[in-house]
Design a protein around this ligand. Sequence first.
Ligand SMILES: *Cc1c(COP(=O)(O)O)cnc(C)c1O
Length: 404
Amino acid sequence: MEATEARTSLGAFGEYGGQYVPETVMAALAELKDAYWRFRDDAEFSREMDDLRERFVGRPTPLFRAPSMSAELGCRVYLKREDLCHTGSHKLNNALGQVLLAKRMGKERIIAETGAGQHGVATATACALLDLPCQVYMGAEDVRRQALNVYRMELLGTEVIPVESGSRTLKDAINEAFRDWVTNVATTHYVIGSVVGPHPYPTLVRDLQSVVGREVIEQSRELEGRLPDVIIACVGGGSNAIGIFHPFIEHKETQLIGVEAGGRGMDTMAHAAPLGAGAPGVLHGARTYVMQDEHGQIVETHSVSAGLDYPAVGPEHSWLRDSGRATYVAADDDEALEAFGYLSRTEGIIPALESAHAIAYARKLCPGLDEDAIVVINNSGRGDKDVVEVARLSGRDLIAQGGA
Ligand SMILES: *Cc1c(COP(=O)(O)O)cnc(C)c1O
């Protein structure tokens, strides 16, 4: 009974979201929600958050007019420079906010999950700053593939726990982190890395990432005297996209476009585009679009960028998709790799492979737009982390050459 009420009254985005969790997790979620609702309106909490954003993360990040892209594509192209955030992506916006909240809640320990390691590094960074012990669950397969980020987390004082169950990747790490949280909830906060999971996580993470969109509103008014016509962002779990979209939802004149990972092509099953080719289902405590087979089993996904390689998506995106307020397209591996090189050459900015999906779609869209059209691309992270892999895909082994 209670669970049913929770699903309908708490944080559902239309028919999406909710709390599809065992009874044992409900109390933990209720405590988190109460604490978050309290601190969301707390002036001192906001002041401390603003101060850390400015002095530690490096906010506001610039809204940069991309001169060569604008000239070549025939419209006014801007990049929101989340690549300039401390630790190299938007992820710290969320991790820092959640660790600060946990500290205010009196928690003594932080846990997190990580796939490629970016969220693990952001959480480890926030814990080092705010002086809380941290353990990060990571699939054993990812531990092997992402040795550099594992070592970064260790340098930051975090313990990385390899997960040997299932496919030994991100979704198994999330399951393990939930298990830990349920057992240790009195002392422990679980920092989820994207706008996924049961309520209130999708709302909490969205609010912490919305600083990106709020800054774009202010910066676009200052630079152009009006709001953008189009906003484009890549979608993995969906946090960088919802962060830049959310403050624009009420500004109907701005078109919102999310770009999923098309992998080896949308006509194959080797992609990570649940909004484009999945169906509603339940994963990690929320109802949302999920990549599944005809029996409802979660299918293996593929993307050249680890950060987009996830079989579901934040429930708010499912709602925005169905309502038509945002549209979702895909860019495949080859298009993303080409955009990775393109932005590096034309603007002197090496983007994350994730962000390169948004760049790739902008290159297709812009030539059809008016030359006065203002297009903002969320450059969610920097590409230094991807250089070894991109070189390997083009036939150069930088590790064997001693270059990494
Ligand atoms: C993790 C990551 C993403 C994907 O996650 P979202 O929650 O969809 O934003 C995108 N870009 C970068 C740079 C990332 O590190």
